[in-house]
Write a protein that binds this ligand. Structure first.
Ligand code: ASP
Length: 327
């Protein structure tokens, strides 16, 4: 295990170590090769800023990355103004808010729920699947029963605002997700704690007005999220079908294992999507976000408009634009 002390020693030895995300100038990055650089937490989209605040409280107090990512993503899950995650999420075409979520820790323990209705915090149900069952994934009615049996409350997740938008959509019923139109899609969060351990969480109400029963990439370990404590962590947002097709987050972690920087790993995964779906890739958004074991991070997406939030002691909760394939 890489301890905090070893990590500091490693960076002090002057490996090319901490080259930070693109937007941080390299001179700044060089100055920051200290213990300040982790703990660290990263999350997708602007709603990641609030989520990071919740995670940071735990990380800054010496808490575990696993607890931090769960607490962090619960913030947008409970926020009715975030219309793509948890309570207040936009429904499927039949008016049901159906949620997907997964969580993974430094020991490759993982848990997931898919097509879950009526529960505000699917991420906590996913964690309970991980900790209390011999399984990794529960879906639909079975996931709901499991949640209710374990003390979660059944509630209506469809807010009046989301219901209004859905009824508006019903007038044409045209299924055509618009790239970045909401600009606050899935929350994927990855973190390294003060012990140097990695965890991640990913939670979403999925694509608005999807078919009833549709499950995206977000609850699928290796697609919407992947963590390997020897290498790094990655998460995804955007059109889940294309992320699943390339096992996106797993691909990003494996590319980092081969020595790619987090941003290069994300870029190569995005290029894989373009190669497999040259036409479709022009019409959709997919973004990847990655963190390696050295505390380096980066992102890459198909289209302009994807951003992510980073919080460490030296970079207090800042929103960064992801570099993109299409200009
Ligand atoms: N990846 C999510 C899904 O396909 C949606 C998103 O991130 O926009 O369900």
């Amino acid at each position: 295990m890489t301890t905090r002390r070893n990590f500091i020693k490693m960076t002090a030895l002057g490996t090319s170590a901490l080259t930070f995300g693109k937007i941080i100038p390299s001179a700044f990055a060089r100055e920051q090769k200290t213990e300040m650089d982790f703990p660290i937490v990263l999350s997708t989209w602007e709603h990641g800023l609030n989520a990071n605040e919740g995670a940071w409280k735990i990380l800054n107090a010496g808490g575990k990355a696993l607890d931090a990512v769960e607490a962090g993503v619960k913030i947008p899950e409970a926020d009715p103004n975030v219309r793509s995650v948890g309570y207040g999420g936009l429904p499927d075409r039949d008016g049901h808010v159906t949620l997907d979520a997964c969580i993974m820790d430094e020991n490759s323990n993982c848990g997931s729920v898919a097509f879950l209705e009526h529960i505000m915090h699917p991420i906590s149900v996913a964690r309970m699947v991980m900790e209390k069952t011999p399984h990794i994934m529960l879906a639909g009615e079975g996931a709901l029963q499991f949640a209710l049996n374990n003390g979660f409350k059944k509630m209506n997740l469809l807010t009046p605002e989301s219901e209004k938008d859905w009824k508006e959509w019903l007038k044409t019923s045209e299924y055509k997700p618009i790239i970045n139109i909401e600009n606050h899609d899935t929350i994927g969060m990855i973190a390294m704690d003060a012990q140097g351990n990695l965890s991640g969480a990913c939670t979403t109400s999925g694509l608005a007005y999807k078919m009833h029963g549709r499950v995206g990439d977000s609850p699928i370990i290796g697609a919407g999220l992947y963590v390997d404590n020897e290498v790094g962590a990655a998460t995804a947002t955007g059109t889940g079908e294309e992320v699943i097709r390339i096992a996106g987050s797993h691909l990003v972690v494996e590319l980092m294992r081969q020595g790619k920087t987090p941003e290069d790993a994300c870029r190569i995964a995005v290029e894989r999507i373009v190669k497999k779906q040259p036409q479709k890739s022009k019409e959709i958004q997919v973004g990847f976000l990655a963190l390696n074991k050295k505390g380096e991070y980066g992102a890459y997406c198909l289209q302009k408009g994807f951003n992510y939030a980073v919080y460490s002691k030296s970079i207090a909760n800042k929103l960064i634009d992801g570099r993109h394939y299409y200009s």
